[in-house]
Write a new protein. Structure first.
Length: 86
C-alpha cells in the first residue's frame, strides 16, 4: 500500500515521525499546520510487516515536497480502506 502526503517547502526527514506496528500506524509531520500534523493515525485495515515498510521525501510540484510511505502487507489482498474505526 502506498500513501502520499504533500508537505510544505523546507520539510526535512527530521520533521517526520513514523510509528508502525502490525495493525497500527501514526505519521506526524511537524511542519504541517496545527490540527493537521497527523495525516495518518489509527488502526490499519489489515496487518502489515512493519519492519519491511519504507518512506522517503521527494521534491514535488513548485516548492512543495511529497512524503511517500510504502506499507508492506502481511496478506496479499486488496485494501478497501487505509484505516478502520472499529
Amino acid at each position: 500500500v502506498t500513501v502520499r502526503v504533500t508537505l510544505p517547502a523546507g520539510t526535512k526527514s527530521r520533521d517526520v515521525r513514523l510509528d508502525l506496528k502490525e495493525q497500527w500506524a501514526r505519521l506526524s509531520v511537524g511542519t504541517l499546520p496545527e490540527g493537521k500534523r497527523e495525516p495518518l493515525c489509527g488502526k490499519l485495515f489489515q496487518p502489515i510487516n512493519a519492519a519491511d515498510c519504507e518512506w522517503h521525501i521527494e521534491d514535488g510540484p513548485g516548492s512543495l515536497r511529497t512524503l511517500t510511505l510504502s506499507l508492506e502487507k502481511k496478506r496479499k489482498m486488496r485494501w478497501v480502506l487505509l484505516t478502520r474505526n472499529d
